[in-house]
Design a protein around this ligand. Structure first.
Ligand SMILES: Cc1cc2nc3c(=O)[nH]c(=O)nc-3n(C[C@H](O)[C@H](O)[C@H](O)COP(=O)(O)OP(=O)(O)OC[C@H]3O[C@@H](n4cnc5c(N)ncnc54)[C@H](O)[C@@H]3O)c2cc1C
Length: 448
């Protein structure tokens, strides 16, 4: 190995950038290879007419520990804007009901929850205490012993049907996390543990602003598509890539593959054990279509996030309203509404024309906030075929098996690690955690 270990990170999404930052600060010579024209992956934003376009709502949390560690370490802590006055709402029978947390008293005020489910909600705290150390959001594989029920079964069994409909269901499907009949209860438990008592947060200058600043601290080569990762001897790896239609190969002491799972299975097919290949190839994703509506006047004085339960029969799962602020990502005096379509609706409309999508998705916005009809300045449709990885029942047990095989492979000398939100949680925090974990494992192997 050379004096300064050389590391290649494949993919400049949140996971890859976090891994690259951690490795670079530990002293490695790191290059990030990104096939897209810009860094950011699912976070890549775009600035147009003074507005920063965002993929989805990009709602973060003041308790996102890995993200805070990354921001502080990189001197970007100002990028996290914790909302002191943001509201959260739920649509019931076509109207927005503001939510005030999930204490039994607050749940009782939620539409459809009922006295029995609200009273039983205290069981959640007890269950979380009982499952204790297994519920660490940074190490989701430790929760494998509890990965035996769907969220819907769990909600009905412990809290009653009202809790599923008015509380637990919208909190997961409203975030596009998949069907509650298939999603593992572990996803809900880990999110509950991670976000207890936390405030919602946003990227102050938008996800795109954050990505640009972080990528600016690193050596990122955009427009470079990695086609294969091979093991090299002794103890290194070879990366084959294509840049401007020219093919090349680079050697490295270590490689972090930080692409979505199916791409990782394909790229690293020759270094993965069969069980690992099956894991990566078996990850499925919820698609999403998002609509960003720029408004000439604010609709609400403070940011508002509204979840829409499936029972409303609307095409959207959530919408977020953000009024402009001086120096913020939305100009003062204006506002942006960001709508995320339900995953089943998105799947059925991925090939539909933009104007048809915009018309359908604008309807719920105009119904909830009629003034938006005349204040709409611009609409932008974005399609995300692989928006969020699913964590269905059994995925956490598979993750635990994957981590064991990975540890065996690393002990046998493999110098390739993997990162991405599919390995921790379907969020920016999950992606960053996976990147830091992959980097920490590589750092310890490289003796940095
Ligand atoms: C519509 C939408 C709304 C969302 N809302 C939220 C939210 O409110 N809060 C939240 O926390 N999270 C949200 N997320 C999730 C969050 O954006 C993702 O979890 C996170 O960005 C995933 O990061 P990643 O690095 O794992 O993957 P990606 O961002 O997908 O990065 C992978 C990168 O690898 C690159 N790549 C792939 N193949 C190759 C190759 N062969 N060679 C080189 N490069 C390659 C890709 O171009 C990409 O840049 C949302 C996502 C979407 C789509």
């Amino acid at each position: 190995m050379t004096a300064t270990p050389r590391v290649i990170v494949v993919g400049a999404g949140a996971a890859g950038l976090a891994a690259a930052w951690r490795l670079a600060t530990a002293g490695a010579d790191v290059t990030v290879l990104e096939r897209g024209a810009r860094a950011g992956g699912r976070l890549a934003g775009e600035v147009r007419d003074g507005f920063t376009s965002e993929p989805g709502a990009q709602v973060l949390s003041s308790s996102d520990r890995s993200l805070c560690r990354l921001l502080e370490g990189a001197g970007l802590e100002d990028e996290l804007l914790v909302l002191r006055s943001g509201g959260v709402g739920l649509v019931e029978a076509g109207f927005v009901h503001e939510l005030h947390g999930s204490s039994p008293a607050a749940l009782l005020r939620r539409p459809g929850v009922g006295l029995r489910a609200a009273a039983r909600s205290v069981r959640l705290g007890r269950l979380v205490r009982r499952f204790g150390a297994n519920l660490d959001p940074a190490y989701p594989e430790r929760a494998a012993p509890h990965d035996d029920r769907s969220l819907a079964d769990f909600a009905r069994l412990y809290f009653g049907a009202g809790a599923l409909q008015g509380w637990i269901g919208p909190e997961t499907t409203g975030d596009c996390l998949g069907d509650e009949e298939e999603t593992s209860r572990v996803l809900f438990l880990l999110r509950y543990v991670a976000r207890r008592g936390a405030r919602p947060a946003l990227f102050r200058s938008g996800a795109g602003g954050f990505v640009a600043k972080l990528a600016g601290l690193l050596d990122v080569r955009t427009g470079t598509e990695v086609v294969q990762v091979d093991a090299d001897t002794p103890g290194g790896a070879l990366v084959h890539f294509r840049e401007d239609e020219v093919e090349g190969t680079a050697g490295a002491d270590a490689v972090v593959v930080a692409t979505p799972a199916p791409l990782a299975a394909e790229l690293a097919r020759d270094v993965l054990a069969p069980a690992e290949r099956d894991f990566h190839a078996g990850v499925t994703y919820e698609p999403a279509i998002t609509l960003e509506v720029t408004l000439s006047d604010p609709v609400s004085a403070r940011p508002l996030r509204v979840r829409v339960p499936h029972s409303e029969g609307w095409p959207i799962a959530s919408l977020a309203l953000e009024p402009g602020r001086q120096g913020g990502r939305v100009p003062d005096g204006c506002a942006v509404a960001r709508l995320v379509a339900r995953s089943d609706w998105s799947r059925a409309h991925l090939d539909a024309p933009d104007d048809a999508i915009a018309k359908e998705l604008c309807r719920p916005l105009q119904r909830l906030f009629p003034v938006t009809t005349e204040r709409t300045r611009d609409v932008r449709v974005a399609r995300w075929p692989l928006a969020l990885p699913r964590f269905e029942v059994g995925r956490y047990r598979a993750l635990a098996r994957l981590r064991r095989v990975e540890a065996d492979r690393a002990a046998a000398g493999r110098r390739v690690w993997f990162a991405g939100d599919h390995l921790v949680a379907p969020s920016v925090e999950g992606a960053v955690t996976s990147g830091l974990r992959a980097a920490d494992a590589a750092i310890s192997r490289l003796g940095l």
